[in-house]
Design a protein around this ligand. Structure first.
Ligand SMILES: *[C@@H]1O[C@H](CO)[C@@H](O)[C@H](O)[C@H]1NC(C)=O
Ligand SMILES: *[C@@H]1O[C@H](CO)[C@@H](O)[C@H](O)[C@H]1NC(C)=O
Ligand SMILES: *[C@@H]1O[C@H](CO)[C@@H](O)[C@H](O)[C@H]1NC(C)=O
Length: 385
């Protein structure tokens, strides 16, 4: 990594080496914004909820950085998008937050009901019951997949793989069916959790898209994935999409920009996370070097009359090494807070690292090409993909 350059963390803020994904086949997921489900929120409530989730994510990542030494596991808090899938034979319904920053697929299992300490959090759908599935298989603790478990690995008395951290449970394999496509995956069948009960907003678990061996992308050998998030302001009416494998492609007229990923850390909590080499920012007409610009947003969130956002908002361009620029459309950094006002949706970073959050990624199709080691993106109308 170049000196003085700041890395950007990309957050959406989701089997004994079985490769069930035949080449050329892709998995498609429909993503729903967490505020689009259940009760309808007013614009002001949604803005407040988004800021609150974002601050909690930041707090969770800060609390894990003791004395500048980033070691403790990050508690993945406050997801933004979830997807529905089917698991087992016969299939059972489950929902998961999709997270590009984590490395495991997991869901809560019926053993939660028997847990004494740290029982599971509440979820909308029934718990996954492996006793009712013909296709479930334990992963032996001698398996390489067990050793790759980001939550640690232990041998249970019966030789099965057990892991324990902020969540605890067994690693097992199952058949997963998504909106389009199916795969055999090893995943955490969780029976205890100390995760903040609200953080998964009633879903049953997580789908990790990180680089780690047990993420959905690694297990399927997909090599690439892409997603496109519909505008936050569309009230979640149009679903967003995630494509894993062959169906992950950029298309259309809009220019494509590519940025090489930065060499990634191999230690927790940032192992498996995607980093980009941010070298500068342009705000309005001023080009700011990094890292002195990290405090630009400070604590004042500037606000504008909504109608003025397109005319008056200073332009914001993120510059990456390799002369790659990401010019953000104003709606991707000005959040509507009521019918008349929009405020800047950029908050202070906690350390040398900044995050491109999902608000910044609206109506942008982002392709994570792991084989090429780069992120490519183009502006897109995500509801039309
Ligand atoms: C799980 O499935 C088994 C087998 O069908 C059934 O006997 C058991 O009651 C189920 N457990 C729960 C909690 O639903
Ligand atoms: C459930 O979790 C506990 C630890 O919290 C573990 O000792 C136990 O074996 C687990 N049970 C199952 C069936 O996974
Ligand atoms: C905001 O606008 C919507 C749609 O035009 C309207 O239904 C709502 O009552 C307005 N809210 C306020 C607080 O003015």
């Amino acid at each position: 990594m170049e000196r003085g350059c700041v890395v950007l963390l990309l957050v959406l803020l989701i089997c004994s080496s079985v490769l069930a994904l035949t080449s050329g086949v892709g998995l498609d997921f429909e993503l729903t914004h967490v505020d689009a489900k259940g009760g309808r929120y007013t614009t002001t409530e949604r803005a407040r909820r988004a800021v609150d989730r974002s601050r909690r994510r930041l707090a969770a990542s800060m609390s894990s950085t003791g004395h500048g030494d980033v070691r403790a596991p990050v508690q993945r808090a406050q997801g933004e998008y979830f997807t529905e899938y089917l698991i087992g034979d016969p299939p059972q319904r489950a929902e998961a937050i999709v997270d590009t920053g984590s490395n495991l697929v997991w869901t809560q299992c019926t053993d939660c009901l028997a847990a004494v300490a740290d029982p599971c959090f509440e979820q909308h759908l029934p718990l996954y019951n492996y006793s009712a599935s013909r296709s479930t298989k334990p992963v032996p603790c001698t398996d390489a997949l067990c050793q790759a478990n980001p939550y640690g690995h232990f041998c249970d008395r019966d030789g099965s793989c057990f892991g324990s951290g902020t969540i605890a449970g067994h690693l097992v394999t199952e058949v997963f069916a998504f909106q389009s496509g199916a795969a055999d995956l090893a995943f955490g069948c969780v029976n205890a959790s100390s995760i903040d009960p609200g953080s998964l907003v009633g879903t049953s678990g997580l789908i990790g898209l990180g680089r780690g061996r047990l993420s959905l992308v690694s297990q399927t050998g997909a090599g690439k994935f892409s997603y496109c998030l519909t505008p936050y302001d569309s009230d979640g009416k149009a679903a967003s999409h995630l494509f894993v494998g062959a169906s992950a492609n950029l298309a259309g007229e809009s220019p494509v920009v590519s940025i090489k990923f930065v060499k990634y850390p191999t230690d927790p909590p940032y192992n498996g996370v995607y980093f980009l080499p941010l070298v500068g920012l342009t705000v309005g007409e001023t080009k700011l070097p990094i890292p002195s610009s990290l405090s630009i947003s400070g604590r004042m969130a500037p606000c504008l009359a909504r109608g003025d956002v397109k005319k008056k908002a200073p332009r914001l361009v993120l510059h990456f090494s390799g002369r790659a620029d990401m010019a953000l459309p104003p709606v991707n950094y000005w959040m509507r807070v009521d019918n008349f006002t929009a405020c800047m949706a950029i908050d202070r970073s906690n350390n040398r690292m900044s995050t491109i959050g999902n608000f910044q990624q609206q109506n942008m199709h982002l392709l994570y090409d792991l084989d090429q080691g780069q992120l490519s993106f183009q502006l897109a109308t995500c509801s039309k993909l």
